[in-house]
Design a protein around this ligand. Sequence first.
Ligand code: ADP
Length: 397
Amino acid sequence: MSDKPDKLITDDGLRLDGRRADEIRPMKIEIGVLSRADGSCYLEWGRNKILVGVFGPREAHPRRLQRADTAVIRYRYNMASFSVEDRARPGPSRRSIEISKVSREAFEPVIMAELFPKTAIDIFVEILQADAGTRTAAINASSIALADAGIPMKGLVTSCAFGKVDGQIVLDLNKEEDNYGEADFPVAMTQDGEITLLQMDGHLTPEEIKKGLELIKKGCKEILEIQQTVLRKKFETPVEEPEAKAEETEIEAEETEPSLEYAPEAAVVEEVIEEAEELEEELSEETTEAGAVTETVPEAEELEEIVKEAEAEVVDGEAIEEAIEAEAEEEAEEETEEEAEEEAEEEAEEEAEEEAEEEAEEEAEEEAEEEAEEEAKGPWKVVKDPSESGSRGENDE
Ligand code: ADP
């Protein structure tokens, strides 16, 4: 331990670390540093370094500790053996048990424990580096860790100490001031100003306490601002500008809405292309696996050609529509030509049939006329001109 300095406060009113009587040490807070805890906080205040983990509300064990109407709050303050100049004895001590008790009581008025009957809310405090005022620093860190765990609270708890150094009342004692000062007076309060912890080590007059409490109010106000800033930074979601949001939705709509001009045939062709590409990929993978990386697979080349042809065809929906229309027109033209030919053929056939029928009728009429003439001549045998018949000589004989 270092020797007592001659003066803890200079004639200019400055303390050993350069602060004025009403100034607190610089504070740095990080939230959510432990992934397994429900809430956590790492806090540096001057040369103090403190880690807090909050667990719960969770089922209280052992069960005999459970309370039917409320949650049980447990607070464990532990000083790491390497946290002080002389090695601190590991495990609970009178001091750590006392600090745990008063700190738990500092939170009991704000934690809404009645919402979680039969459960436990555990607050574990690890002092990694101590430089006076560790209980107040641990309360500030626990407040943040509880909020990080989402434990319902009526408000944050802030804590700070004042003391008497060289006969002067000063805020937030450091190690030298705590060791060689005349008094140490830690206080914790809610954000409404309700005091939830008050201790005194040393001798102070009522006037000095009054003056000290004024300093505490100022200190706690500053600490509360730091706590709120840190919590807001973590939990407040940034508000998006409405215009930017509208633009985003428009773009999304454009992307998702199918084009009305898009021909269904194009979709089929695209499917074919996709299948061909998949096959191509499979083939290339197989080739790579087989180690024949440098050789070109003919099937793949063919596929590439198919894909290129298909791609060339599918320029866009309009081109396909035009092609379909042209095809339909050609088909219609072909159909009309065929129909005309068929009609001509049918007409010709009908004409031929009519002619044949007429001829047959004429022949039948002629025959009927001849027969009638023969009958009118009588029962005589018709003798033909002998020059017309080859059997004439036989009849003569
Ligand atoms: P607080 O840290 O809240 O001010 P104390 O007033 O009891 O609590 O302790 C003042 C300081 O004394 C501590 O911050 C720490 O630096 C130192 N100290 C406390 N306990 C031990 C210990 N067992 N061994 C060495 N230093 C200690």
